[in-house]
Design a protein around this ligand. Sequence first.
Ligand code: SF4
Length: 472
Amino acid sequence: MNKPFDIGIDSLSSASETSTLTISPLPEPSQIPASDASPKSFYLETFGCQMNVHDSEKVSGVLLGRGYHAVKTPSEAGLVLYNTCSIRERAAQKVFARIGDWKTISNGKVIGVLGCLAQQEGEEIFERAPWVSLVCGSASYRRLPELIDQIESGNRRVMGLDLDTDETFETEITRRDNLFRAYITIIEGCDYSCAYCVVPHTRGPERSRPSDAVLAEARRLADAGYTEIQLLGQTVNSYRDPSPRGLDFVGLLRAVAEVKGIRRVRFTTSHPNDFHREIIDAIDETPALCDHIHLPVQSGSTPILRAMRRTYTRDEYLEKISWIRAGRRPYSITSDAIVGFPGETEKDFEDTLSLLDSAQFDAVFAFTYSPRPNTPAQHMPDAIPEEEKSRRLAVLLEHQRQIQAKRNEIFVGQSFELLVDGRRTKRDQWAGRTTCNRIVNFTTPREILLGEYVQARVTQAGPNSLVGEQVF
Ligand code: SF4
């Protein structure tokens, strides 16, 4: 492979004033007439997690390197791709609805399904939607150039569904869709087998990238003007450098933080089992490492954690939280939770609520359990009615909302350094993030701040964001 490089989105289209310049999902295909689009144009819509968002950046890079150009709507595209998520049933249904929209109007376009749903459903997608031409799972992206060759030679059913790979997805070009935060994948796949999770099936076994490749990418991003980097992996802290240098996760964190020009380094998602004190020591000692840990707990009940195959107990998880709270920085901690896992009793659910009280998270991403194909829990009796799962979810979210409202109140009057990454035009505010990843919407007499680091004082606090004013 030639020397890799990055293309910012502003080199492809005019920069938006918001920070999250995702590949625009706006128009529904059924609302737009099909047109004679150039076969070398592509539209890519992304569903799901940050790993998927970054995979899409790399897929776009592969296409750009082959002479394709990105367009903003599916009607303008010759190649329409969906990078999909199947982590929850609702996400999968949404993708099928999107594909279904093309049934009668694909009109010569090549429709492709990438990512987790592609890996999970495989050939079935061709059965359900014969107008789809490309199905490629996340573990097979390295084969994309070859698959695109086949499409260009007129093959109307092309499939990449390998899982037995020990390679990671390296690209010569990555199209960067976020102007302020650049993602670097350091590990792909997962060797855990959580009972509810499709990832080991859809993304394959764990593969770490050599540290040289990670550091070279970080240096390129710094040269391109990025100051904030987020290291990505399904179990990011399981990282083991496969090269002779042999860095562990902490060694890699410290090395990335030393790259000249990088002011903030984040990482997600950590598995509690591999979360060691050394990670907190490294952050305490290294200014560029951010004060934010995302540590999914999933349940506060040890029997449910065992049923979920999470490999830690409630007490072991809370011990790790106590290490973080004992650190020298004012860490924010966020988490994920699932309610209504098979067998979850009212007492188990109460244990989850009491864990929220003990951990004092700054945010929790919570969902109701839904059985997914190819997971160990798929055939567990799922006896909890949907209404009860929804009730538990509402109770949990309200409980957490109250915790966040109280925690955020203490920030009123304090000043924080923000990386400005958005504009709220209607409210005449700018938006920035603290090192803790808290959003502060603030006012300022200045006119252009995107991408700058500024100081802002918090004047009001809500459960999900803070309001403030710039201080000079
Ligand atoms: S650690 Fe568990 S939840 Fe996370 S990706 Fe692996 S199997 Fe899924």
